[in-house]
Write a protein that binds this ligand. Structure first.
Ligand SMILES: [Zn+2]
Ligand SMILES: [Zn+2]
Ligand SMILES: [Zn+2]
Length: 176
């Protein structure tokens, strides 16, 4: 699959290589256009082609039926795990097969940084919509008592430090 042979429908120039946004979505820009991070504007041709994100099969099994789960990214960048035995019948507008779905609320990565409050390690938490924060690895949520546990140190990363590097927040709206 060589998608770089695609042609821009606006100006006829070839499209650039596929790039991935902070939320794991894929897109191709027109090679006659470029993103200027200083002005937060597209220069030249502003055509952007969003690509379908192919579901990734996970090493996890569906708790309902035992089939493998797949990771899907919605067009809004939200992630969900769903059962590979389930699918959507477009004509009948209903789910067929197994209907197990689990929304992925965010991911955590270990950082080589130490919490200034308690000295434990910090983790980088990415929310479902791609926002990032550093928080203390000892923090947690006691769902029975409905309160936060452990250390409460949190630093939100500004958009300028992460997501806007890809220009994602300033891209033209998706075409439906
Ligand atoms: Zn173009
Ligand atoms: Zn299932
Ligand atoms: Zn801490």
């Amino acid at each position: 699959m060589n998608q770089t042979n695609d042609i821009c429908p606006k100006c006829g120039a070839p499209l650039s290589d596929v790039t991935e946004t902070a939320t794991g979505r894929k897109l191709q820009r027109c090679s006659q256009g470029s993103w200027n991070p200083q002005t937060h504007k597209n220069e030249g041709c502003d055509y952007v082609k969003w690509l379908e994100v192919e579901p990734k099969t996970l090493d996890e099994l569906c708790p309902k039926c035992g089939a493998p789960l797949v990771l899907q990214v919605t067009r809004f960048g939200k992630k969900m795990k769903k059962c590979s035995a389930g699918s959507w019948d477009k004509e009948a507008k209903k789910a067929i097969g197994c209907d197990y779905i689990e929304w992925v609320n965010g991911t955590t990565e270990k950082l080589n940084e130490i919490c200034p409050k308690c000295g434990h390690e910090l983790v980088l938490y990415t929310t479902a919509n791609g926002k990032k924060m550093k928080k203390c690895s000892t923090s947690g949520w006691d769902s029975a008592a409905k309160k936060a546990t452990g250390c409460d140190f949190v630093v939100w990363l500004k958009a300028g430090q992460t997501a806007s590097d890809t220009g994602e927040e300033y891209l033209p709206p998706e075409e439906f």
